[in-house]
Design a protein around this ligand. Structure first.
Ligand code: DGL
Length: 263
């Protein structure tokens, strides 16, 4: 039985895996986290494209029927370039989040937060404008959020003060919808909600991504209709570190994480 392949620069993509398991419990999943080369968010476009191709080639060797790019930086920088070079369907995290944000906003003022690479690529803005030309997008890179989440600093004075500083331009722009454009940010939702206020809609695309995967598999008649899916986890370095963080991102511990050389 073929699997759904998922990759991310590291551990963050497990937020997408969590939702895939919830919506598609009968599917096998093979996850690859490029923990040897994380973070991608500060790397150049060329490098992110090269790493992404290597990750896809690794997943293709695992007999996958669809690849889900569970990393916003890869979805922004690399997906438009690599998508058409492989026969297997490739789903990113950008379009599902954009569609939800455009649908949710009332004022047309949409905020976006992500890594430096995601913000620099302007990929979100382009796609938002395509769907809603009048939308006004205010974007901010929040590079310190990733290490805070990985260290488990999800609340407290220090991270709250950083969040206030990062989110000020979005508050000033009076956005009514905010895209959490990075795998790690859903874990900071309570804090971000506190800073932005209860009326701002926070978009975390994992749910929509899983729905899109389900739609494609159903359209292509590739859904696995019975049984319980098996889940395999590979990383390029530090399986113990990855396992330790899995509880936070996936909601359950992972015992069998294998180290591989994908490059
Ligand atoms: N996975 C990345 C993203 O969603 C965040 C971590 C990194 O910078 O590699 O953009």
């Amino acid at each position: 039985m073929k699997s759904i392949g998922v990759f991310d620069s590291g551990v963050g993509g497990l937020t997408v895996v969590k939702e895939l398991i919830r919506q598609l419990p009968t599917e096998n999943i093979v996850y690859f986290g490029d923990t040897a080369r994380v973070p991608y968010g500060i790397k150049s476009r060329e490098t992110v494209i090269r790493f992404s191709i290597e990750n896809i080639l690794f997943l293709l060797k695992q007999d996958v029927k669809l690849i889900c790019v569970a990393c916003n930086t890869v979805s922004s920088f690399a997906l438009p370039v690599i998508k058409n070079h492989f026969r297997v369907p490739i789903v990113g995290v950008l379009s599902p989040g954009v569609r939800e944000a455009v649908y949710a906003t009332r004022s047309g003022r949409i905020g976006l937060i992500g890594t430096k690479g995601t913000i620099k690529s302007k990929a979100y803005e382009k796609e938002i404008k395509q769907l809603s030309p009048k939308a006004k997008v205010t974007a901010a890179a929040c590079p310190l959020f990733v290490p805070f989440v990985e260290e488990g600093w999800l609340s407290g004075d220090v991270v709250a003060s950083v969040a206030k500083t990062y989110l000020k331009p979005l508050k000033d722009a009076k956005v009514d919808t905010l895209i959490l454009g990075c795998t790690h940010y859903p874990l900071l939702k309570p804090l971000i909600r506190k800073v932005m206020g209860p009326d701002v809609i926070l978009i975390d695309s994992a749910k929509q991504v899983a729905m899109e995967v389900k739609d494609i598999l159903s359209r292509e008649d590739l859904l696995n209709k019975s049984g319980r899916g098996k889940h395999k986890f590979f990383v390029s370095d530090n399986p113990e570190w990855f396992s330790g963080l899995a509880q936070r991102f996936l909601g359950k511990p992972l015992k069998d994480v294998r180290r591989v050389n994908n490059a």
